[in-house]
Design a binder for this molecule. Structure first.
Ligand SMILES: Nc1nc2c(c(=O)[nH]1)N[C@H]1C(S)=C(S)[C@@H](COP(=O)(O)OP(=O)(O)OC[C@H]3O[C@@H](n4cnc5c(=O)[nH]c(N)nc54)[C@H](O)[C@@H]3O)O[C@H]1N2
Ligand SMILES: Nc1nc2c(c(=O)[nH]1)N[C@H]1C(S)=C(S)[C@@H](COP(=O)(O)OP(=O)(O)OC[C@H]3O[C@@H](n4cnc5c(=O)[nH]c(N)nc54)[C@H](O)[C@@H]3O)O[C@H]1N2
Ligand code: SF4
Ligand SMILES: [Mo]
Length: 739
């Protein structure tokens, strides 16, 4: 058996230096295949210097960013196998030529000394950080053997498959279905389930687009586009504001978007639906709605009229703490701008147990002003207006046996199977109900930090027989695995092709892999082969797969690689189905058929959220422009611009508790306690504490991020919206004290 290493020994400076002594300033060192971190810093910075007086000889390779899930187009500038600079691809609609801070820092992701450089098999207790190096054949055989053992002994359902939105996810889903497990976990219930289910059960479309370019009046409820970046939309929002569009931001915190808006309304957390119901009340009372549109395309208007009668602006003021006069004025302004007005579907307004109702109120408000498929309004689903790739044929999937551990649909009938409720899956691993889970295959996901109540998630990992993780670095989740299958970074690999409208884009390697890593496309394929399921992923290698996806089009893979994208000729957008609503009634459901069938209130209604008890504060979480989720906190370039998270607290609270900016404070909830530096500010409601998520890593394999800042998931309670399955992240209350 090979030698056992700790993380420090595996990726220590001493070993790097040994490698570097082989003479390579940059490149794979002779004995160990590691890069020297000191040399890497030197190279990174000289790469930036070179970029300043850039020579035209640099090779340009077009590819796709993976520093977050938005998939912007990138042009990589490469000099003799070294990536010197990443630029935005002007031809790509997701970013039209610009990269955000995280996209620019992709070079550090590639050259990070903390990359996992070869497969690892656990060699001590789970989470002890003791590992041994394995060959790919050994690591994949070991993974397949464990998965087979679990299936033979307990059935396929005892194995769970988890993955967060990524380009190879469709192939991961094929592996799951071929194996025959019903248990699939995505990040969605931690993210936007309330929005997608709210819109799905109103319009039959989970995520309509928003026409920022023509919009004259926008209401954001907790959508912070300036920092929760969706690159092209962030740009469009800034242009919209510059053009003079009126932008109202509801946020308990003075976010960067609030700072750019026409109006910031520091709403009480969890009460957005009171605000929207009162807007609806005024629009109905003053007959500001679009009568013809409502008659032709909607059902349930009369029930809504009854329901909102008492939701007056005065009533709402008591709930959401926005003055009644302001609500009335906004209702009139919003209706006057119709149909070029949008109550934004948002993303993470899904922070309370009542969020499904909030999103339904937002969806219905848009219907009342008839902005569907109108300039400046909501844009119907783009799916049918997207070029269709070639598909690979495979044998029929076996029937998955057993109910799902995450309660979909038996506990959460409204939640689509492809979304799931990951926090309930975690809870049911612990409870062993309705049956015992035994194994977990996790790809590109970090549940230990992203699911509320981190300690519970760690306990769930400890309970399982087998955990395999596919990642590029020693994430907190990989740290608790039995086997780590290292993926090549996005700058070293192919993924499935990406059609957007009439264009097809490619992610391709801009350099050869630096280490003994593989693309997830090949990890899934080779694992399927070892499981005897190879026929389900019928490709030899990535290029073979991509060529098959390109089959319907008159372009070769070589040509696509060179051009970076392909425009399907004569592609016409089909708007014939814009007004065919895929709901039970075929109409926009102001009154939801499915809610009525379930015996629940079918029109949007008020659902009182809890308030913090005495001396407690709402704990809010959110994004910063300089980091992604629980992923980039180990990126040293990004740490230079955002070094750690802090607890925002209001000046008056700080004065009362004797706390100054940069003092250590202790935050304590019912489930956890953390110490974090304070940021004292006027830009937050006095009853709230805010922290950026994603810090406070427990993995010793993330040398820069380990223990930096604090994790809000150590504090979050597990509270789930029973309708949408959304995790109610803002319903945790904390106390604050000076450390
Ligand atoms: N830079 C960067 N960009 C990202 C990401 C990233 O990690 N980094 N992640 C991407 C992903 S996955 C997502 S989901 C999006 C998230 O994008 P957003 O949803 O826009 O951003 P968040 O920061 O999660 O939350 C927005 C705001 O909600 C506020 N808030 C909390 N509770 C309430 C409430 O009850 N009512 C109201 N009105 N506001 C409330 C918070 O103060 C916060 O400012 O960003 C995406 N873009
Ligand atoms: N406390 C708290 N919890 C939250 C949030 C919050 O703000 N605070 N936000 C919520 C939201 S909006 C979301 S969307 C979820 C996200 O939840 P997750 O999807 O679980 O979190 P990520 O950090 O996006 O996890 C991505 C993982 O992929 C790895 N990775 C990065 N690049 C690659 C790659 O190229 N290949 C592979 N194989 N792996 C890669 C990263 O190292 C990381 O481990 O978290 C949710 N949970
Ligand atoms: S938004 Fe930023 S990190 Fe995300 S894909 Fe685009 S450039 Fe990359
Ligand atoms: Mo998200």
């Amino acid at each position: 058996m090979s030698k056992v290493y700790t993380w420090d020994q595996l990726f220590s400076r001493r070993q790097f230096i040994k490698g570097a002594a082989a003479g390579a300033a940059l490149g794979v060192s002779a004995g160990l295949g590691f890069l020297a971190p000191d040399n890497m810093f030197a190279v990174e910075h000289s790469a930036l210097k070179t970029a300043a007086n850039e020579s035209s000889e640099l090779q340009k390779v077009t590819t796709i960013c993976e520093q977050c899930v938005w998939r912007c187009g990138v042009i990589a500038k490469v000099d003799n196998g070294i990536v010197k600079k990443l630029e935005g691809n002007p031809d790509h609609p997701n970013n039209v030529g610009k990269l955000c801070p995280r996209g620019n820092a992709g070079i550090e992701t590639l050259y990070s000394p903390d990359r996992i450089k070869f497969p690892l098999i656990r060699a001590g207790a789970r989470g002890s950080g003791l590992w041994r190096r394995a060959s790919w054949d050994e690591a994949l055989t070991y993974t397949a053997d464990q998965m087979k053992k679990i299936k033979d002994k307990y059935g396929a359902k005892a194995m769970m498959f988890n993955s967060t939105d990524n380009l190879s996810q469709p192939f991961f889903e094929i592996l799951l279905k071929a194996y025959g497990s019903p248990n699939y976990g995505t990040q969605r219930s931690l993210c936007f389930n309330a929005m997608t289910t709210g819109f799905l059960y109103t319009y039959g479309v989970p995520q309509p687009g928003t026409d920022y370019k023509n919009c004259k009046y926008m209401i954001f409820a907790g959508r912070n586009l300036a920092e929760g970046i969706s690159n092209n939309e962030t740009q469009e929002m800034i242009e919209m504001i510059a053009r003079g569009t009126k932008v109202v931001v509801l946020d308990p915190r003075f976010s960067k978007t609030a700072s750019k808006a026409t109006e910031w309304l520091p709403i009480r957390p969890g009460t957005d639906s009171a605000f929207f119901l009162a807007i609806i009340n005024i629009i109905i009372k003053e007959k500001l709605f679009k009568k013809d549109f409502i008659t032709t395309y909607t059902q349930g208007f009369d029930d809504l009229v009854q329901e909102v009668k008492d939701y007056t602006p005065k009533w709402a003021e008591q709930k959401c703490e926005i003055p009644a006069a302001t609500i009335e004025r906004i209702a009139r302004e919003f209706a006057a701008a119709a149909p070029a007005a949008i109550a934004h579907p948002n993303w993470r307004t899904s922070n309370f147990k009542n969020s499904f109702q909030t999103e339904r109120a937002i969806a219905v408000l848009n219907a009342l002003i008839g902005n569907w498929a109108q300039p400046g309004g909501l844009i119907p689903d783009q799916e049918i207006n997207t070029a269709k790739l070639g598909v690979l044929s495979h044998p029929p999937f076996p029937q998955a046996q057993g109910i799902r551990l995450d309660g979909v649909p038996w506990q959460y009938p409204l939640v689509p199977l492809s979304y799931g409720v990951i926090q309930t899956m975690r809870d049911n691993i612990l409870s062993g109900k309705p049956y015992e889970a035994k194994g977990w295959l996790i790809s590109r996901q970090n549940p230990i930090l992203s699911i509320p109540e981190r300690q519970k998630t760690i306990n769930a990992f400890m309970k399982l027989d087998f955990v395999a993780v596919i990642d590029i670095q020693a994430s907190d989740t990989a740290y608790y695995a039995d086997v780590i299958l290292p993926e090549s970074s996005y700058l070293e690999r192919y993924d499935g092709l990406i059609p957007i409208g009439s264009k097809i884009f490619i992610r391709q390697p801009v350099i050869e892999p630096l280490y003994d890593t593989k693309s997830s496309l090949m990890i899934y394929k080779e694992l399927a082969d070892k499981l005897g399921l190879g026929d389900f992923l019928p490709y030899k290698d990535e290029r073979d797969l991509l060529a098959k996806q390109l089959k319907p089009f008159s372009i070769t893979l070589d040509e696509l690689e060179k051009a970076g994208h392909y425009v399907v000729p004569n592609f016409k957008k089909d708007h014939s189905k814009d007004f065919e609503f895929q709901t039970s009634s075929g109409k926009i459901e102001i009154s939801s058929s499915i809610m009525a069938q379930m015996g629940k209130k079918a029109v949007p209604a008020w659902d009182e959220p809890p308030r913090p008890p005495k001396d407690h504060y709402y704990l809010l979480t959110g994004k910063t422009a300089q980091h992604t989720q629980m992923f980039t906190q180990n990126n040293r370039w990004l740490l230079e611009v955002f070094s750690e998270n802090r607890a925002w607290l209001h000046t008056s609270v700080a004065a009362k508790l004797g706390i100054k900016t940069d003092d250590d404070v202790v935050l304590e909830s019912d489930v956890g306690k953390v110490t974090i530096k304070a940021k004292v500010t006027e830009g937050i409601r006095p009853d709230c504490i805010f922290m950026v998520g994603g810090f406070g890593h427990v993995s010793k394999g993330l040398k820069s991020a380990y223990k930096l800042g604090a994790s809000d998931s150590a504090l979050h309670k597990t509270i789930t919206d029973p309708l949408s399955g959304s995790s109610a992240l803002s319903e945790t209350f904390v106390t604050v004290s000076k450390a």
